[in-house]
Design a protein around this ligand. Structure first.
Ligand code: LLP
Length: 426
């Protein structure tokens, strides 16, 4: 039978219906080639004669070790937000000089781990700055830092993922940045080398990146005038992707991002006669499109709505529930069949809000059919939980028709692991 006659979705050269039979469902499936292409498209877009750009992949989007190892082999650095993410990146072979430890609430243990590892730290408050100096002194190490700036720009995104508004919890208020830098320069064991911001996520209009670049470069100038020279400016991540078919036309590419940032960045460097490294921290735009989530239909119910109940819910993909996010869904074993009816695809979690896809036109479906949820590589597995006593699912990597298991699914024992019943209750 030809692939066409089989009516199956092929992903990374692999028939996903066979994958689901072999590994079970739910199952996250990542295409290695797409991952490499996505990272390379950033590198190509930012390759200019005047600016040296480093891509620090945002590990929070997807911290699978195999993916990190691939990104490391492509030369990526990393933005990490916890000591756990720091260890993941180190295990994947990302060099310390290409790691920035971010976060608005770092414990002494986090600061120690960062200083001992020799990574750069993005400092989120004056309080943290002082604590870090003490920790670095204790460890007799010098630590390179950036100041996290709240640039007060408002991208048009879901409020839960707009991080650069002045009310946001992240970064020093714009008016306090210069004094924080002056203080940093006087503190022992602190070497201020950069400024950092991140304005939000799933941004489809790149003009806000120009605005943020302007504001960051104004700070660079003010510092320069005070004799404080920097080495890099990190403009964070945030580039959006086309989750909906109709967004394909308008979704920006890394090239669009480069065109929004580089002219502003380079103009200021020219004016001041300085050379800075540009750092970017893309997460979603590197991994989202690389991955699908396969899920089996457990029941089709015709009620006030047509419900399709699948075996993956917000325990494995929380984005639709948390941000009203849209993910395209396909019926992977009926890929060429005509759409016929409106269905609402729901998960198995005992909450009415556990809806993966609302009112979608799908081919006529039945119990046992296989659903593919697209663009699930960013903030999918990494935000998963064991809610409702559901072990997390497996992840596989596909590449030109080859398949590798890159994370085993959890078992029921994993739900019990680490729990203890006090002896007096036995
Ligand atoms: N840098 C920093 C400091 C960040 O906080 C983030 C994301 C990134 C980089 C990467 O941003 P990206 O390129 O992925 O947009 N869970 C939400 C997104 C939360 C983003 C948190 N910070 C979602 O599923 O839409």
């Amino acid at each position: 039978m030809t692939e066409e006659e089989k009516n199956h979705l092929i992903f990374g050269g692999v028939d996903v219906v066979e994958l689901a039979e072999r590994y079970g469902t739910p199952l996250y499936v990542t295409d290695e080639n797409k991952l490499r292409v996505n990272l390379r498209s950033y590198k190509e877009a930012f390759e200019t004669a005047n600016t040296d750009t480093d891509i620090y992949y945002a590990v929070k989007a997807n911290g699978n070790l195999a993916l990190l190892t691939i990104l490391a082999s492509e030369g990526a650095g990393a933005d990490v937000f916890s000591t756990g993410e720091l260890w993941l990146t180190k295990s994947a072979g990302i060099p310390a000089e290409k790691i920035l430890f971010n976060g608005n609430s770092k414990s002494d243990d986090d600061l120690r781990a960062a200083v001992e590892s020799g990574v750069k730290i993005s400092v989120d408050s004056k309080d943290e700055l002082r604590a870090l100096s003490v920790v670095a002194e204790e460890l007799r190490k010098e630590v390179e830092i950036a100041i996290r700036v709240n640039p007060d720009v408002s991208p048009e995104v879901h409020p839960k993922i707009a991080t650069g508004l002045k009310e946001s919890k992240f970064g020093l208020p714009y008016y306090e940045v210069i004094s924080a830098c002056e203080e940093a320069n006087k503190l022992p064991n602190i070497a201020l080398t950069g400024l950092h911001c991140h304005i939000g996520s799933q941004i489809l209009d790149v003009s806000v990146f120009s605005e943020a670049t302007e504001k960051m470069m104004d700070l660079v100038e003010k510092l320069y005038e005070k004799g404080i020279a920097l080495e890099f400016v990190d403009l964070g991540g945030g580039l959006g992707i086309a989750y909906k078919q109709e967004e394909k036309e308008i979704a920006p590419t890394p090239k669009d991002l480069a065109e929004a940032i580089l002219p502003v960045f380079e103009k200021k460097m020219d004016e001041l006669g300085i050379n800075l490294k540009l750092v970017l921290e893309p997460g979603r735009s590197i991994v989202a499109s690389t991955t699908i989530l396969l899920s089996r239909i457990n029941a089709v119910k015709r009620a006030y709505k047509n419900f399709v109940a699948i075996d993956a819910g917000f325990n494995l993909l929380i984005r639709p529930v948390m941000y009203d996010a849209y993910h395209e869904v396909l019926i992977a074993n009926k890929i060429n069949e005509r759409v016929s009816e409106l269905y609402t695809v729901v998960g198995p979690v005992c909450e009415a809000g556990d809806i993966i896809a609302k009112d979608r036109k799908l081919p006529s479906v039945e119990r046992g059919d296989l659903v593919a949820i697209l663009d699930a590589g960013a903030y999918g597995f990494s935000m998963s939980s064991q809610y409702n006593g559901r072990p997390r699912c497996a992840e596989v990597l596909v590449c030109n028709g080859e398949v590798d298991l890159i994370r085993s699914g959890e078992s029921i024992e994993d739900l019990l692991r680490n729990q203890k019943i006090p002896a007096r209750l036995r």
